[in-house]
Design a protein around this ligand. Structure first.
Ligand code: PLP
Length: 358
């Protein structure tokens, strides 16, 4: 790899030399047998990662494309947007910009979505769709997915859209068992691929809803994706380079093993948590609901976060995040997504110590 500043921000994250090598493989035509073979070969492993028997789709867009697409495909009556941070809050605005009736279920940043509150809102009968961000990347909150899905499953007329952009493959997420109707993730965070690509899966219930929905558009029409996937293709010309990189990443993931991958994320995250405690910092996310793939650290010591980031970058060529949106400077975030190991995370923490003490 050329000399570069290594990203420990919560996305995009460092892309490995092996992944880059796959990304730059010679091009193939997207209507060729070679492409169909490629899609066919990765599909069972994608289904296993998603925990689904449903088709898994390849979208040449960042995650927001699929997030907006899900709204356009599925919201008939009204959507309830579960909001606990910058990404989940924005989904309300996006829903309304799509011309949909949308209501917030808002909790304070740093708090989790409460299944009880969700239950109360769904019991009104006002909604046919719910959006949830599993791992709210801006605050470091990991929402209680199993409990939230258990509530949603009580309402057969409701479809549940779940964004797992920063948690996918870092923890087990079983779409079919949970009853998730759209599960989506982006490329540049938990999967450590270059940005600009997303993968998602759609339940039968969601396909049936989409079929009734006018104005789905074309680029993100779930039924177009379904029709094309049946012959191992995508509706439009995909980023073939991303799919080559994804194939390489799936090799990595299944060589390591899913349980080992989850364990590695737990251990690297525990190293960061230990450092936070030992250095007298606090967590922004409430206890019991902290992400295992990134850490949002409360700047209770009142350090100059921007200066810390600058020293870390200029001396050690490592990049961290100085807080997102309205909590910039009051927090900073460290990622342990993707390929990071105990060795690389320990190195980051040692460099942070050095940069804090100078
Ligand atoms: C980064 C992120 C997104 C947005 O991804 P884009 O690639 O910018 O579209 C959505 N949801 C979560 C949880 C994220 O972390």
């Amino acid at each position: 790899m050329p000399q570069h500043d290594k990203l420990f921000i919560p996305g995009p994250v460092e892309v490995s030399p092996k992944t880059w090598a796959a990304f730059t493989r010679p091009m193939i035509g997207h209507r060729s047998e070679a492409f169909r073979e490629l899609y066919r070969s990765i599909h069972p492993r994608l289904q296993e990662l998603f925990g689904t028997a449903q088709p898994v789709f390849l979208s040449t867009s960042s995650a927001w494309g699929v997030m907006e697409g899900a709204i356009r495909n599925l919201v008939g009556k009204r959507v309830l947007n579960c909001m606990c941070g910058a990404f989940s809050d924005k989904w309300l605005d996006v829903s309304r910009r799509c011309g949909k009736q949308a209501e917030p279920l808002q909790v304070a940043w740093g708090k989790h979505i409460d299944p009880q509150q969700l239950e109360e809102r769904l019991a009104t009968g006002d909604f046919d769709t719910v959006t949830l961000i599993h791992n709210e990347t801006s605050t470091g909150v990991m929402n209680p997915l199993a409990e939230i899905c258990a509530v949603a499953r009580k309402y057969p007329d409701i479809v549940l859209i779940v964004d797992t952009v920063s948690s996918f493959s870092a923890v087990p997420i079983a779409m079919d068992e949970l009853g998730v109707d759209v599960l989506l993730t982006g490329s540049q965070k938990a999967l450590a691929l270059p940005p600009g690509f997303s993968i998602f899966s759609v339940s039968e219930k969601a396909f049936a809803r989409a079929a009734q929905m006018p104005d789905r558009g074309y680029y993100f029409d779930f039924l177009e994706f379904k029709k094309n996937q049946e012959s191992d293709m995508t509706p439009t010309t995909p980023s073939v380079a991303h799919i080559h990189a994804l194939e390489s990443k799936l090799d990595d993931i299944f060589t390591e093993g899913l349980a080992a991958r989850h364990g590695r994320h737990a251990r690297t995250n525990a190293l960061v948590h230990g450092w936070v405690h030992a250095r007298g910092f606090e967590f922004f996310a409430e206890e019991g609901y902290r992400s295992v793939s990134l850490t949002c650290i409360r700047n209770n010591r009142g350090i100059d976060v921007a200066a810390l980031g600058k020293r870390l970058r200029s001396k050690h060529h490592l990049v961290i995040d100085g807080g997102y949106g309205k909590i910039k400077g009051q927090t900073f975030r460290l990622s342990n997504m993707g390929d990071e190991t105990e060795e690389t995370v320990s190195h980051l923490l040692a460099c942070l110590d050095d940069s804090l003490s100078t």
